[in-house]
Design a protein around this ligand. Structure first.
Ligand code: PHE
Length: 299
């Protein structure tokens, strides 16, 4: 018998009582009110229990994570580049940048390599199909940034320009078709070869530490005169070939809008990847490009 119906039956029976009708009726109403109050109180209690159970079931205890999620890190080449920038900034240089897709003029022409000059053969150039054939290329060195800096700023100049370079090379342990160089350019009053040797020596001790020294060996680049290769000597006496350098050729100053009668300068450039190989004892350049975190997270 349903509740509502049961109450109806009782009420109609009360109606038929011969005595105490009001008394019984009131007692019934009171009983109904008490049951209702008890039911309401219980349903408030049940709602509270359900809420507690739900919160417990959905609880996220963040303190239960024992291991911190793995963090990424800067690539060893980026770390090396930033460290080089720090060393040169401490020596008073600022950092400049130039495009990786260059004009033939900035990469070669302005640097005193006329078309057909044999020194162009030192660079296995990758040309880009843009504009007249041979006019656009992937820069083969960071030296075009020298040209851009001189075109856009006036001396005195103390800049370094790190970045990616490209040559048509087959990948092996010590060559990659994409590599990194850092260029240095100083243009000021009465700059000489002695200033260049001094800057290389200061850099060598600042970057490698005490016990390392440097030397210059005669070489040839069309955009510097005289030109040199510079080597670094390790504390164990062995020499390491690092890069090229020289006194900026007067005709380079001239085409870049710098008066060679008034100013002189020096420039240098070397490979960042080889430097990182040496510093970290990396045996094969190709490992730097495989993106294997087990290899990369060592640095
Ligand atoms: N750009 C030259 C190279 O990559 C290096 C260099 C830089 C030489 C600056 C002289 C001065 O071979």
């Amino acid at each position: 018998m349903a509740g509502g119906n049961a109450l109806g039956v009782i009420r109609s029976l009360i109606g038929k009582l011969e005595r105490d009708k009001p008394l019984v009726g009131r007692a019934l109403s009171e009983a109904v009110a008490q049951i209702k109050a008890a039911a309401d109180a219980r349903s408030v209690e049940l709602a509270e229990i359900m809420r507690r159970d739900l919160l417990e079931a959905e609880r996220l205890d963040l303190t239960e994570l024992h291991e911190a999620p793995p963090l990424g890190r800067l690539h060893v080449i980026t770390q090396t580049q930033q460290r080089l920038e720090d060393v040169f900034c401490a020596m008073g240089y600022t950092v400049a940048e130039g495009p990786e897709i260059e004009t033939e003029w900035h990469n070669f022409g302005a640097l005193n390599f006329p078309p057909g000059h044999p020194a162009r053969d030192m660079y296995d150039t990758l040309y880009v199909d843009h504009g007249p054939p041979g006019s656009t290329l992937l820069r083969t060195h960071t030296s075009p940034v020298q040209v851009r800096v001189m075109e856009n700023q006036s001396p005195p100049l103390y800049v370094v320009a790190p970045g990616r370079c490209y040559r048509q090379d087959t990948a092996d342990a010590t060559h990659m078709p994409v590599f990194h160089q850092i260029e240095g350019l100083v243009v000021d009053d009465g700059i000489t070869l002695g200033d260049l040797a001094g800057a290389i020596e200061t850099f060598t001790t600042a970057y490698f530490g005490p016990g390392f020294t440097s030397r210059l060996r005669p070489s040839y680049f069309p955009f510097t005169e005289p030109s040199a290769e510079f080597d670094v000597q390790r504390p164990d006496g062995t020499w390491l070939e690092l890069g090229g350098c020289g006194v900026v050729h007067p005709s380079v100053l001239e085409v870049c809008g710098v008066d060679p009668e008034r100013w002189s300068g020096f420039a240098f450039g070397f490979g960042i990847d080889r430097l990182a190989m040496l510093r970290y004892g990396i045996g094969d350049l190709r490992d730097l490009w495989t993106n294997d975190v087990r290899f990369l997270e060592q640095f």
